[in-house]
Design a protein around this ligand. Structure first.
Ligand SMILES: NC(=O)c1ccc[n+]([C@@H]2O[C@H](COP(=O)([O-])OP(=O)(O)OC[C@H]3O[C@@H](n4cnc5c(N)ncnc54)[C@H](O)[C@@H]3O)[C@@H](O)[C@H]2O)c1
Length: 272
């Protein structure tokens, strides 16, 4: 795959973010900045990647640095993104995977303001904070070329995490569905701002994927298992590494003419 350079991955301590961190390491990134609120789990992912590189006998292993941060904390996000650029010298890819989910029993009429604000603050505003800080750095750096075909690649590539719930509604998910629709809007408008300057911004929309997000809450898991059996044409959940492959495509040179799009990786869910 075609991902030379430096990647910042949020939500890298678990699930899809962790799979993305491993995927970038395996597919040629030279530096990884892993951001999450969970320092202990971040350290474990760093150790996992370093052990895997060693096992493969990689003589030029990827450099991995971890950053403990809440993406909803504006000043901390600015500080970390600047530190990443200083540490690695540039920033080529941002994978905005940090996010949370919640069901509202009873639906929209019973969605608590505090729950609404928490979900929007992290999934939408946090994604915006990371995008904004990274775009400021990317816009100032020289573009790199695709390592596979040599075509002009990009000044930077940002992948925001939406969801199937960015394009369709699912019951009892008021705040999450609103946040993921908004991430697609953010992606489209920001991509248009910078398309002519070689900064590409796309969204990925995973379907039901087996991660702690979907399996740790009995309510979310129950709803998901029911829907997977009846609503997903492929009749199974996705795996985190299947989502990471979509992210690699959007990040690297194979998608050099793709910006402002949302890539559905959902086993056919939204095709029905
Ligand atoms: N798993 C699915 O079925 C699915 C489907 C569609 C979209 N998504 C999206 O994919 C992304 C990754 O989800 P996942 O399933 O891997 O979840 P996960 O819970 O396994 O991992 C999310 C990570 O984000 C981190 N995080 C949460 N809030 C944070 C914050 N404020 N600041 C920094 N880090 C924070 C968590 O600590 C965790 O490590 C999310 O944006 C989610 O909405 C997941």
């Amino acid at each position: 795959m075609d991902v030379p350079g430096i990647a910042l991955i949020t939500g890298a301590a678990s699930g899809i973010g962790r799979a993305c961190a491993n995927a970038f390491a395996n597919e040629g990134a030279s530096g990884l900045a892993l951001l999450d609120m969970n320092q202990e789990a971040l350290d474990a992912v760093k150790a996992e990647i370093e052990a895997s590189q060693k096992q493969k006998g990689n003589t030029n292993p990827v450099r991995v640095e971890v950053f403990s941060a809440n993406i909803a904390d504006e000043s901390r996000v600015n500080e970390v993104v600047e530190e990443v650029a200083k540490t690695f010298g540039r920033l080529d890819y941002v994978v905005n995977a940090a996010g949370i989910a919640m069901k509202h029993p009873g639906g929209a009429a019973f969605c608590e303001t505090s729950d609404w604000e928490r979900i929007l603050n992290i999934n939408l505003t946090g994604t915006f904070f990371v995008l904004r800080a990274a775009a400021k750095i990317m816009l100032k750096q020289e573009p790199i070329k695709s390592s596979i075909t040599g075509r002009p690649l990009q000044r930077g590539s940002i992948i925001n995490f939406s969801s199937i719930q960015g394009v369709v509604g699912i019951p009892l998910s008021t705040a999450y569905t609103a946040s993921k629709h908004a991430v697609i809007g953010l992606t489209k408008t920001a991509s248009d701002d910078y398309a002519s300057q070689g900064l590409r911004i796309n969204a990925i929309c995973p379907g039901y994927t087996e991660t702690p997000l979907t399996t740790k809450s009995p309510e979310i898991l129950k709803a998901m298992v029911e829907r997977v059996s009846t609503m997903v044409p492929m009749e199974r959940m996705g795996r985190p590494d299947e989502i990471a492959d979509g992210v690699l495509y959007l990040a690297g040179g194979r998608s050099s003419f793709v910006t402002g799009s949302n890539l559905m990786v959902d086993g056919g869910y939204t095709a029905r």
